[in-house]
Design a protein. Sequence first.
Length: 291
Amino acid sequence: MDGTMDLTAKTELELRAMEREIAKQHLDKFPYLSLIWAFGNLACWITVWVLCLNGMMPLWLGFIIATVNVAASYLPSHEAQHSIFAMPGKPKRWLNELVGWLSPIPLVMPYSVLRATHMEHHKHANNPELDPDYSEHYDTIAGFFWSSVQWRQPKPRGVEHPYVRCLKRIGREDLILHSVAYQLVYMGVLCGMALNGLAIEAALLWWLPRTVAVFYVQFYLSWAPHYPDCGTDRYNDTQSFKSRFGNIWSSGMQYHVIHHLYPRIPLVRTPQAYRQMKPILKAQGARVDAI
């Protein structure tokens, strides 16, 4: 859409209709890149382990690649959380669920918990009582990093973990056991490797990459698109932002506005959808001045 078009005379209903027409061009498109990404990234991470443990790759290089792998493991599952690969009842639904479960294994986060809590984030974005990701809302980057450290604790700041609280509120306490199982396997692998003289390998191929990746994912998916002072209504619960590392290295989140408005638009299509919708979104009060 021409950014110079005068939209001041358009009614809210007309603007919404224009917005939906653009969205239709991007909805229901199969995310082939995310599918390749999901399985390719997981295969690469496993290969790094094999090569490093057999002395075929230096550990410092394995650490770098593993960190990228773990940080990149969330987004294909994020697509699956929104049923972008296939809606319930569709023939490819099994593929949607397979991607959802397999992709975030390096991050040690079960798909079931990610999906349940993420849906609540979309329903209650920036609500301090109901948004499970609200704990990352700090005015400074230093504050964000401290909140991320706290988030990893069983009781952040001495209170119940926001994901546990969220799952209890929506009646899905059963999913807490999924997280417990994942953590037990993860800690079992780390401890088992340490007991067999592979503590450094365990730290550099999984523990430290995961530590860095959690900072990365929370920064670009929770903090940058929602700070400072984003509201709770449709057009100001998130914002665009300009990353000095570009769109790819910020996980495509510069255009997070589109994701909250139309969660089923595939990630790779959000930049184009954003550019097409930007004048319309701006006319409706969306925070789209950054890029």
